[in-house]
Design a protein around this ligand. Structure first.
Ligand SMILES: *Cc1c(COP(=O)(O)O)cnc(C)c1O
Length: 366
């Protein structure tokens, strides 16, 4: 019912299986081999799982290149691993020195960023070209400028030229081939360098998308890399929380704020100490599900800040008592499925996991 290694004062526990994360990395690395290396995307605290734990576990598994979104994330990850760390935002003015001090590899997203990197000393950098996302990266015009004025890259050691897919998870989306063509055209204009295009989904679009480095995030953490297709990845997280109280309520009684659910029979309600302040989204109101010993229980009423309520009338009383653990996310209900119930995706369910959960790391790298 409650594992021995869960702290006695913890009512909600997030278990992260680092062996499953490592196994997912191996599966993706094998798909990218032999031509492409497999990096690890550990931005947003390794998608909520904890970069300080996931980083070293993946380094041990063999990952040699890591990516984060921001300089601060890079600085924190640098304390945990010695491998290369690319920073997707690249340096803002005057932070170039910090990149060098921390041995972080900037991702250059504009000619202005490139000029600053050069004037601050140059060296190893990744150049991002925009092939359709229209967020970060050099525009086609900026790539033309760079091609016409190659001195702009003088003293810059071009580690990779990269781009990012718009809808790689939709296998037949015409944007994929279009971006591939635009990426190849940009590569042809720039000095010869290694290249990187694929996120998790891109790895499953075939070897034409692999180039020299793939950059999976989601799939490492167990999210499905391809829409409408069986998920080959292992689930890496389990979220469990304890029942605080159980009560019988009469036919017609409401549950929770604003009486968003009303009993239509004599009903047993179990209250669990997790809420939207934990990233358990309020949109799961009347739509979420929990599991007790593999049996599904419907979430009823509004998700509140620290509490959720389940209808446990159909379960034997002995199996749902104060102290019983309810699984809120895990193999029975993976983050993708919970995200679908909440009207969002698995990425948001993972990155929203609060620091309030007691965290337990399993696996040989834990
Ligand atoms: C987040 C991100 C990735 C990883 O994407 P997933 O879909 O999580 O695999 C790769 N490249 C860039 C530039 C990203 O921002």
């Amino acid at each position: 019912m409650r594992s021995d290694d869960i702290p006695a004062n913890a009512g909600a526990v997030l278990t992260v299986d680092l062996d499953a994360v490592a196994a997912n990395w191996h599966l993706l690395a094998a798909r990218a081999a032999p031509h492409a290396d497999c990096a690890a995307m550990v931005k947003a605290d390794a998608y909520g799982l904890g970069a300080e734990q996931v980083g070293p576990a993946l380094a041990k598994a063999g990952a040699r290149v890591f990516f984060v979104a921001t300089l601060d994330e890079g600085i924190r990850l640098r304390r945990a691993i010695a491998q290369e760390i690319g920073v997707l935002e690249g340096p803002r003015p005057a932070s170039e020195g910090e990149f060098r001090a921390q041995k972080l590899t900037p991702v250059i997203n504009s000619l202005d960023q490139l000029a600053r990197w050069r004037s601050s000393g140059g060296g190893r950098a990744i150049v991002h070209v925009d092939t359709g996302m229209s967020r970060l990266g050099l525009s086609e015009t900026e790539v033309e400028t760079l091609a016409a004025e190659p001195t702009r890259l003088e003293s810059v050691d071009l580690a990779w030229v990269m781009s990012h897919l718009v809808s790689g998870e939709v296998q037949h989306d015409p944007d994929n081939a279009l971006q591939l063509a635009r990426f190849r055209s940009a590569l042809a204009k720039l000095p010869k360098a290694k290249a990187s295009l694929a996120n998790s989904a891109g790895i499953f679009l075939g070897s034409a998308y692999h180039f020299n480095l793939v950059r999976p995030g989601a799939a490492l953490y167990g999210l499905a890399p391809v829409d409408h297709s069986p998920n080959p990845m292992r689930t890496t997280v389990k979220l469990e929380a304890e029942i605080l109280t159980v009560r019988w309520i009469a036919d017609g009684r409401s549950v929770g704020y604003n009486a968003q659910w009303r009993a239509n029979r004599l009903t047993r309600i179990a209250t669990v100490g997790v809420g939207y302040a934990d990233g358990y989204l309020r949109s799961l109101t009347n739509r979420g599900r929990g599991y007790i010993a593999g049996r599904s229980i419907p979430l009823v009423g509004r998700v509140s800040m620290d509490l959720v309520t389940f209808d446990v009338t159909d379960l034997p009383e002995a199996e749902c008592r104060p102290g019983t653990m309810v699984t809120l996310m895990g193999p029975e209900l993976p983050p993708d499925a919970l995200g679908a119930l909440a009207g969002t995706n698995g990425y948001q369910m993972l990155t929203g996991l609060s620091r309030r959960y007691a965290r337990r790391y399993l696996g040989s790298a834990a």
